[in-house]
Write a protein that binds this ligand. Sequence first.
Ligand SMILES: CC(C)(COP(=O)(O)OP(=O)(O)OC[C@H]1O[C@@H](n2cnc3c(N)ncnc32)[C@H](O)[C@@H]1OP(=O)(O)O)[C@@H](O)C(=O)NCCC(=O)NCCS
Length: 148
Amino acid sequence: MNIKMVSTKDLDEIFRLESNTFKKDAFSKNSILNLIINNTFFFKLINKDNSNEIVGFIIVIQDQEHRVNLINLIISKQYQNKGYGSHLLKYTLFKIKEMNNIEVIVLNVNSKNEVAIWLYQKFGFRIVQKIENYYRQKKSAYLMILNI
Ligand SMILES: CC(C)(COP(=O)(O)OP(=O)(O)OC[C@H]1O[C@@H](n2cnc3c(N)ncnc32)[C@H](O)[C@@H]1OP(=O)(O)O)[C@@H](O)C(=O)NCCC(=O)NCCS
């Protein structure tokens, strides 16, 4: 597995993974394109043993002078629970720390998404707020933060 920056050539493959994962809650193709063009970090994890298939990706944007927002983290279904999400997150946290000016990382996660919450907590993120009706169908989110 390798980690690389996403480019516009990856748009279709990334969008497929995004919509297979989040269905109606997925980002539109146009939003993904905008995020490819305007991101702080948009990394893909690729399987070099299978034609560089995209196994997962992570998107981070800087939304304040000293803050980044982890917008999305996905590992393709058949590759989940093998440590790849942890690997990609660990690499990204390292890159954020290298920026030197970032003091806090924020993210929103579906409050029922136990695996993701577990993963973020493993890396030190704390739940600071529950936001009701954040997603469609009144699903709530947790706001999680990590001070660095
Ligand atoms: C969240 C996601 C990225 C995690 O990726 P992954 O590669 O499966 O994660 P890892 O294998 O590195 O780690 C999963 C951890 O969850 C644990 N886990 C698995 N099932 C679990 C469950 N039902 N409840 C709690 N923890 C669970 C695993 O034991 C592992 O913990 P460990 O590292 O202590 O052993 C992946 O599940 C995914 O893409 N989900 C769909 C998209 C999504 O919801 N993304 C989050 C958006 S904010």
